[in-house]
Design a protein around this ligand. Structure first.
Ligand code: PBG
Length: 322
């Protein structure tokens, strides 16, 4: 009789049999930067996640270093928003200054800039609007390209367009190459779904759309084949990494990517997924192991790298596990 329990009898053999492992090197920590000074303010919808002004950014970088996380993705909350999100691509914009600061303070840190307009537009949509309120795809590409180039100029190692416009990967690759940034990588939010799990992020980034929703550009949660079409296009246009977002409700998509593509696959364990679990652990409804298990499921599904607000928690759990 096959007795599966033989190989579960002792911790050492259980550990040898472990098929999937989380490594600190796989994790990317999202950071929210705000204008102003002396700000470290907890985001009400995201326990233990903070808004930082640039003069206090070193605090989170020190924490990351201490627990072994060496990569971050930046989101900026500007003071000024307008119809075309013009602050998004200014060289002295919030993310651009944060990138330069991090590269100076912690040169070993790998810095990714999220490229999108929703934090910068007064209407909260991820692009430039036509007169009738539709997001103008090709016009938006011009702006996204400017943002990406400004991040590269500030010193970003990678840019990650999260807008879901058609043709953005090709547009960004061209713009980066033309400006001499052919070594700056692109992580494509290839399958980004129109998800309710972004709720806490939109509070944090003050980026909820003022009218309507994002369904004319983000994907329908019911669709899987469409994710493959998006990934094919992003790869053809020059993506270095393809992403699935959110992660936990889309493990099947991560697995489909893993089975079909040789490119590295990123998964974004988003704000709603974070806050639900974090609250439950804080309230004592679940033990901290639930966090480990959830993030492990993303890895097991096939993600190469995981963007997660749990990065520091996971690193600490890894450090304490046998
Ligand atoms: C910007 C962007 C969003 C997220 C990452 N980049 C929000 C959105 O599309 O509404 C969500 C991240 C999260 O929920 O953690 N477009």
């Amino acid at each position: 009789m096959y007795r599966g329990r033989r190989l579960r009898k002792h911790q050492v053999i259980r550990s040898m049999m472990q098929e999937t492992r989380l490594h600190k090197a796989d994790l990317i920590y999202p950071i929210f930067v705000v204008e102003g000074s002396q700000i470290k303010e907890e985001i009400s919808s995201m326990p233990d996640v903070y808004h930082y002004s640039i003069d206090r950014l070193h605090e989170v970088l020190d924490e990351m270093k201490a627990c072994g996380i060496h990569s971050c993705i930046l989101f900026g909350i500007p003071e000024h928003k307008d119809e075309v999100g013009s602050v998004a691509y200014q060289q002295d914009g919030i993310v651009q200054r944060a990138i330069s600061f991090i590269k100076e303070y912690a040169p070993e840190m790998y810095v990714i800039g999220d490229v999108c307009m929703c934090e910068y537009t007064s209407h909260g949509h991820c692009g430039i609007l036509t007169e009738d309120g539709y997001v103008d795809n090709d016009k938006t590409l011009e702006y996204l390209s400017k943002i990406a180039v400004s991040y590269a100029k500030a010193g970003a190692d990678m840019v990650a367009p999260s807008d879901m416009m058609d043709g953005r990967i090709g547009a960004l690759r061209n713009a980066l190459d033309e400006n001499g940034y052919e070594t700056v990588a692109i992580m494509a939010y290839s399958a980004k779904y129109a998800s309710a799990f972004y709720g806490p992020f939109r509070d944090a980034a003050n980026s909820a759309p003022a009218f309507g929703d994002r369904k004319t550009y983000q994907m329908d949660p019911a669709n899987s084949n469409e994710a493959m079409i998006e990934a094919d296009l992003d790869i053809a246009e020059g993506a270095d990494i393809i992403m699935v977002k959110p992660a936990l409700s889309y493990l099947d998509i991560i697995r489909r990517f893993k089975d079909n593509y040789d490119l590295p696959i990123a998964a974004y364990n988003v704000s709603g997924e974070y806050s639900m679990l974090k609250e439950a652990v804080k309230k004592g409804l679940l033990s901290e192991d639930a966090i480990y298990e959830a993030v492990m499921s993303i890895k097991r599904a096939g993600a190469t790298i995981i963007i997660t607000y749990f990065a520091k928690d996971i690193a600490k759990l890894i450090n304490t596990k046998k």
